[in-house]
Write a protein that binds this ligand. Structure first.
Ligand code: AMP
Length: 360
């Protein structure tokens, strides 16, 4: 049953990064307040939210007080300890729920779930030690990628295994007890789809986009993706199928590899707003952030129609120093995240450049 919250209600958000910040900004536009829960100090989301609780995810008293102070809870990061989500959900509903997080926090569960609902992935096998790595290599061959099963992001906790690499060294480099070995996919491009699913089960997808990474970090998203209409619509159907089967209430980014034959292999999914969906703020009728707010507040889904083609570029480290030049460009929408300290590899902001339609 959909639980509709009226404006002026308060949305709790686990996590205080830029995804929480942009969710809070979308919430404010619709008249909602946000309360951030995060262990870190000086966080981008707090600057635009009514309230912040700074506490660890295992502080039962702080979690209970947070839960009682808000009308619904969502999250901007999927690695929130499931136990914290369960404690809060016992008092106030959390969307997406603990069951979704349990699957998305662990690559072994994630890949097993995907294959179990008929979604293709790269060939993979579970690895816990050298013996299981050798068994996995015997099955998959080389080249492969060894990834830690948990807490990996932006290429962290993963290493390639090519001809000549020493397996035991690669295992040590990844340094995790639970890993997966994945066949290396010789993809023609990487695409992703943002999918939304409401409390009543209604789904919506934004157009598939194409992602380019530099040093394992998303650099650019091109919307729409330069793939055939058939591949684009298949990508959308895959994302909807996953959202329904996992029981998503919220928004989710689904990353996929496109093979030379036009097949789609799902790489991973993130049950929250996603960097490859930032372009929707400036180029679609409803952004991924507004959609998340609509969903958790039990409002009707907004249209995901794209009114402009767009290219989103992340501003990493000192890229953000170019803000005066970006502001001078017509059709460039600058977003800065209010982070005090610039560090190499840190996402400081992004710019979305629209391809403006010329009036006839
Ligand atoms: P992930 O952390 O799984 O999202 O991986 C980060 C990036 O590494 C992906 O976006 C790809 O560019 C690359 N990558 C990961 N897994 C594979 C794979 N099995 N085959 C080829 N490239 C991969």
């Amino acid at each position: 049953m959909t639980r509709r919250l009226s404006p002026n209600s308060t949305i709790g958000i686990f996590g205080g990064g830029q995804l929480g910040r942009m969710t809070a900004m979308a919430a404010a536009r619709l008249g909602y307040k946000c309360h951030i829960y995060a262990p870190e100090s000086d966080i981008p989301a707090s600057q635009v939210s009514a309230r912040t609780t700074r506490a660890s995810y295992d502080d039962a008293a702080a979690l209970a007080e947070f839960a009682r102070s808000v009308d619904v809870v969502t999250l901007e990061f999927e690695n929130i300890p499931v136990e914290a989500v369960r404690r809060v959900d016992a008092i106030t509903p959390v969307h997406p729920g603990a069951g979704v997080l349990e699957i998305c926090q662990d690559r072994i569960r994630e890949k097993s779930f995907l294959n179990g609902i008929g979604i293709a992935t790269a060939p993979w096998a579970e690895v816990t030690d050298l013996e299981s790595l050798q068994a996995a290599e015997a099955k998959i061959g080389r080249p492969t990628v060894l990834k830690s099963a948990r807490f990996g992001y932006d290429g962290k906790g993963q290493a390639a295994l090519r001809e000549g690499d020493i397996a035991v060294d690669v295992l040590a480099a990844v340094g995790a007890d639970s890993c997966i070995l994945e066949g290396f996919v010789d993809f023609t491009c990487e695409v992703s789809v943002m999918v939304a699913r409401g409390q009543d089960g209604e789904t919506a997808v934004w157009p598939a986009v194409e992602n380019h990474h530099v040093k394992h970090i998303l650099d650019t998203t091109v919307a729409p993706a330069g793939v055939s209409p058939g591949v684009a619509s298949k990508a959308g159907e895959i994302a909807r199928h996953i959202a329904r089967e996992i029981g998503l209430v919220g928004v989710m980014g689904v990353e996929m590899f496109v093979t030379p034959g036009g097949d789609l292999l799902v790489n991973e999914m993130a049950p929250r707003p996603h960097n490859s969906g930032h372009w929707t703020i400036d180029a679609c009728l409803t952004s991924q952030f507004e959609q998340l707010v609509r969903i958790v507040c039990g409002l009707p889904l907004g249209s995901t129609e794209r009114h402009s083609d767009a290219v989103m570029k992340n501003l990493i480290g000192d890229d953000a120093d170019a803000w005066p030049e970006i502001l001078a460009e017509p059709g460039a929408f600058l977003h800065l995240y209010g982070k005090a300290e610039t560090r190499p590899g840190r996402k400081m902001g992004h710019v979305t450049r629209l391809k403006l339609r010329k009036d006839k």
